[in-house]
Design a protein around this ligand. Structure first.
Ligand code: 5AD
Ligand code: SF4
Length: 448
């Protein structure tokens, strides 16, 4: 079979990264191989995100750049997949009429068929959402490494008033438990060490009588898999069963990304998040009591319509008191089609920016303080590969999902090694690891 090449750029969340691997998997049986070079590709896809306006603008600019490949070689097919394709199908027909394909997240099976259609003036559009589609029978083609992203559920039923996800990814549905476990067994066999279960509200996972706690417990029994993580859970679906599974399965990382959004009850209610700040705080207390050393991260939105100074203060003070290990912080971005889109924005971009800067500075300080507390301790590092900045150094993650860098000691990718933390910043722990040739008690000299 004549091999053709596909080039895919991924925007947005991990779910999209996993979908890109799925797209490669969908195309592979049809004779396509992935390439990292757009100029060599027969098919160019942008797998897009719609969560904030800025993500969409970036994609439109990039499309403008990539279109020259079509001018150079008219047989090249240029397509847009993912959330923005679903969100803006009509607008895209006007803004980017040169596109060949516009494909929503539930239409990826149709890609090989659409690619062999005759060239035409208008893009082919496939954006039907499908309540059943989980791609459970498909085999994603994963990148190299030791961490595998595994989509456990798709879609979202929560309809937070700011969020476009339920509209572009459709209703919540889970991949059958056995399909997931089979996939993870195969991954372990291929040498993957870490599994990250993905889903927009991943802990709402359900397959008949099985829930997410069952999925974690059964995954923990698979030999070869050393660490299990998941993202993103919703606070309302953090059941006691799940907390217990996290606490008792040694392979489940003591790390949780638990989106808060805001600590003002008034704003939480307008966001329709389904919890109060007191309930969230009580949940964190239960989690911390059950899981020693639990690292926590979160998502925060500032400048939601109607967020007053006092609401913002509440968020700031809550973050200062709860002390997250890290946080993703965003300015509210109005998304057409959501409930909040119809509400007047009450803050200027500048005011939103100031609030954002204030919590970023707070979080940087807290992250640095927490990380520096681990200086002198020994953490277990799962080695992922060479460090980005220092020649000859290796990088990996601790069980709490902190990046640890250390001078190379002959250890290999996928190995678990103990590292003594010698210094730390808000984003990285610097460690020393025993030299294999010398023995674990002798640490290599640090040459930072
Ligand atoms: N504006 C800003 N941030 C948003 N998020 C979701 N929708 C919006 C929006 N309209 C953030 C939330 C969510 C994370 C994935 O993205 O914090 O948890
Ligand atoms: Fe969006 Fe809320 Fe669903 Fe998360 S839970 S994807 S924020 S609607």
């Amino acid at each position: 079979m004549h091999t053709r090449k596909v080039y895919i750029e991924t925007y947005g969340c991990q779910m999209n990264l996993a979908d890109t691997e799925l797209l490669v998997g969908v195309l592979k049986p049809h004779g396509y191989e992935p390439t990292q070079v757009a100029a060599q590709a027969d098919v160019i896809l942008l797998n897009t995100c719609a969560i904030r306006e800025h993500a969409e603008e970036k994609v439109l600019r990039r499309l403008g750049e990539l279109v020259h490949h079509k001018a150079r070689r008219p047989s090249v097919r240029l397509g847009l997949t993912g959330c923005m394709a679903q969100h803006h199908r009509e607008k895209l027909l006007n803004k980017a009429p040169f596109l060949d394909l516009i494909l929503g997240p539930d239409a990826y099976r149709t890609l090989p068929t659409l690619l062999v259609q005759e060239d035409r003036d208008e893009p082919l559009v496939a954006v039907r959402l499908d309540r059943e589609e989980t791609y459970a029978d498909m085999s994603p083609v994963r990148g190299e490494g030791i961490r595998a992203w595994v989509t456990a559920m798709r879609g979202c039923d929560k309809f937070c008033t700011f969020c476009i996800v339920p509209y572009v990814r459709g209703r919540e549905r889970s991949v059958p438990l056995n399909a997931l476990l089979d996939q993870v067994r195969a991954l372990a066999h291929q040498g993957y060490k870490e599994v990250v279960y993905l889903g927009q509200t991943v802990n709402a996972y359900r397959d008949g009588d099985y829930d997410f706690a069952d999925l974690l417990r059964q995954t923990a029994e698979i030999d070869g898999i050393e660490r299990i993580r998941f993202t993103s859970p919703h606070p309302s679906d953090m059941s006691e069963r799940l907390i217990e599974a996290m606490a008792t399965c040694a392979k489940v990382a003591p790390y949780l990304h638990l989106p808060l959004q805001t600590a003002s009850n008034r704003v939480l209610e307008r966001m329709e998040r389904g919890y109060t700040v007191e309930q969230y705080a009580a949940l964190v207390e239960r989690l911390r009591a059950a899981i020693p050393g639990l690292a926590l991260s979160t998502d925060i939105i500032v400048g939601f319509p109607g967020e007053e100074e006092a609401d913002f203060r509440a968020t700031y003070d809550f973050m200062a008191e709860l002390r997250y290990d890290s946080a993703f912080m965003f300015k509210y971005s109005a998304r057409e089609g959501t409930k909040a889109y119809k509400w007047d924005e009450t803050l200027s971009e500048e005011e939103k920016g100031l609030r954002l800067q204030a919590i970023i500075a707070l979080q940087e300080r807290i992250s640095g303080e927490i990380n520096r507390q681990s200086v002198g301790q020994t953490v277990e590092v799962l080695i992922e590969g060479p460090a980005k900045r220092q020649e000859g150094w290796l990088a990996g993650k601790s069980r709490q999902f902190k990046t640890v860098v250390f001078p190379g000691n002959g250890a290999r990718l996928g190995e678990l090694v103990p590292a003594r933390v010698v210094s730390a910043t808000a984003h990285t722990l610097v460690g020393q690891v025993a030299n294999k040739a010398i023995g674990y008690r002798d640490f290599l000299p640090l040459s930072l």
